[in-house]
Design a protein around this ligand. Structure first.
Ligand code: NAD
Ligand code: WQD
Length: 375
């Protein structure tokens, strides 16, 4: 099947920038809309350095229907959307839930309305393993399959499970309405991608996660401990019923995650499955202590930590059963958490200021040479 033009919301952010790169590498044209609320336009330069192509970019808030409408009007070839734009701080979502519902749910509704108006039938949505909540409560649900009961434990997670329902209802309605009218309907499709714990950076060392403000995920925090920006890691609880008492997660390299979007998009466009959920994870669970050890090994010295109370809302085990994505999408993780640690360390040690500094010249030259070779 031919490649097309894809609109990516949140495309300058962490996972969005890696997915943009994967799509451009595979011949897709990409149009990004992002408000830059939690990202920088510098990521566009890094994408261009790595693949020799630059996506179109619009600084647009997805809740602004008039502005979004103009982007669709200017790009009549868009046939699919990959939707990342969202607020994602779990703790903050309990403090300002209405803002989370306004941006995440309201923004998605605005996006779907534009997609309907401009006849854009495919949506790939950034959902999260957080929609499962505490899967260890249900017998036989670890590793977690897609049919595990949904039960998020915080407002952020509830915006994700709500959006899954909104997309499902909308795509099903589009299909049913067209079917009733005797028109082709199979081209309306949706992928609900439930990511486990994204981690790592680009192996070139020039593109990675650069959140504005204080990070709250384990690996970026460990990165700050390693660079000396943070004194020690606080380990949230060592009294879980796991092998070493710390909680278990399925860390997935962001480069693999980006390829998962490409696989899902191609599947929607080629196989027309309607709406379907897929877990994107490795199937390998790792404890917090195992992650500290893996990252310390890469850094070459033990990283300081202190065990404190459990963090509210944390669950024992979020490990994916990724077989559905493996068989249906023909996708599986190829990189390990050790690769993610190595790549993260190359990124943070060379770019402690993230995108607010230039990367070392030798990394830029190596990236340019690699891009030229693969062109
Ligand atoms: P990110 O913050 O780096 O990317 C989100 C992007 O959306 C940012 O560039 C931000 O500026 C943009 N954005 C926010 N509000 C916007 C708005 N109103 N209009 C337009 N743009 C807006 O986060 P990420 O880690 O790349 O996450 C991408 C998606 O994946 C999010 O939907 C997130 O909920 C989901 N997700 C992330 C993780 C994770 O651990 N990183 C796990 C599961 C799911
Ligand atoms: C991983 C493990 C912590 C920080 C979150 C969201 C989820 C998804 C991914 C968006 C846990 C422990 C962490 C620290 C620690 N995001 N930890 N000390 O909580 O699995 O998932 O990000 O969709 O929705 O909830 O990821 O990286 O915060 O934590 O001990 O300072 O590390 O308790 O066991 P989490 P995380």
């Amino acid at each position: 099947m031919s490649v097309g033009t894809v609109l990516i919301t949140g495309g300058t952010g962490y996972i969005g920038s890696f997915t943009t790169l994967a799509l451009l590498d595979h011949g897709y044209k990409v149009v990004i809309v992002d408000s830059l609320y939690n990202s920088s336009k510098v990521s566009l330069d890094r994408i261009e350095l790595l693949c020799g192509k630059r996506p179109d970019f619009y600084q647009v808030d997805i809740t602004d229907e008039a502005a979004l409408d103009k982007v669709f009007a200017a790009h009549p070839n868009i046939d699919s959307v990959i939707h990342f734009a969202a607020l994602k701080a779990v703790g903050e979502s309990s403090e300002i839930p209405l803002e989370y519902y306004r941006v995440n749910v309201g923004g998605t509704i605005t996006l779907l309305r534009c997609m309907s108006k401009y006849n854009v039938p495919n949506i790939v949505f950034s959902s999260s393993a957080t929609v499962y909540g505490d899967a260890s409560q249900h017998p036989g649900m670890i590793p977690i399959p897609e049919h595990c009961p949904i039960g998020p434990t915080n407002p952020y997670g509830r915006t994700k499970s709500t959006i899954e329902l909104v997309i499902t209802d909308h795509i099903n309605a589009q299909r049913n309405n067209l079917k009733k009218a005797g028109k082709p309907y199979e081209h309306w499709n949706g992928a609900l991608l439930r990511y486990f714990n994204p981690a790592g950076s680009h192996p070139s060392g020039i593109m990675g996660e650069d959140p504005l403000g204080v990070p709250f995920n384990l690996l970026p925090l460990l990165g700050q401990v390693a660079t000396g920006q943070r004194e020690k890691l606080l380990v949230f609880g060592d009294d879980y019923p796991s092998k070493d008492g710390t909680a278990i997660r399925d860390y997935i390299h962001v480069v693999d995650l980006a390829k998962g979007h490409l696989a899902a998009l191609n599947h929607l466009r080629e196989k027309n499955p309607g709406v379907r959920a897929w877990n994107l994870g490795s199937g390998r669970g790792s404890t917090v202590f195992e992650m500290i050890n893996a990252f310390s090994k890469v850094v070459g010295r033990p990283l300081p930590y202190e065990v404190v109370e459990r963090r509210a809302g944390d669950v024992l085990d979020l490990t994916a059963n990724p077989s559905r994505a493996n068989t249906e999408l023909g996708w599986k993780t190829e990189l390990t958490l050790e690769d993610a640690c190595e790549d993260l360390w190359r990124w943070v040690s060379n770019n402690p200021q993230g995108y607010r500094q230039d990367p070392p010249k030798e990394l830029v030259e190596a990236a340019k040479a690699a891009a030229k070779k693969s062109a």
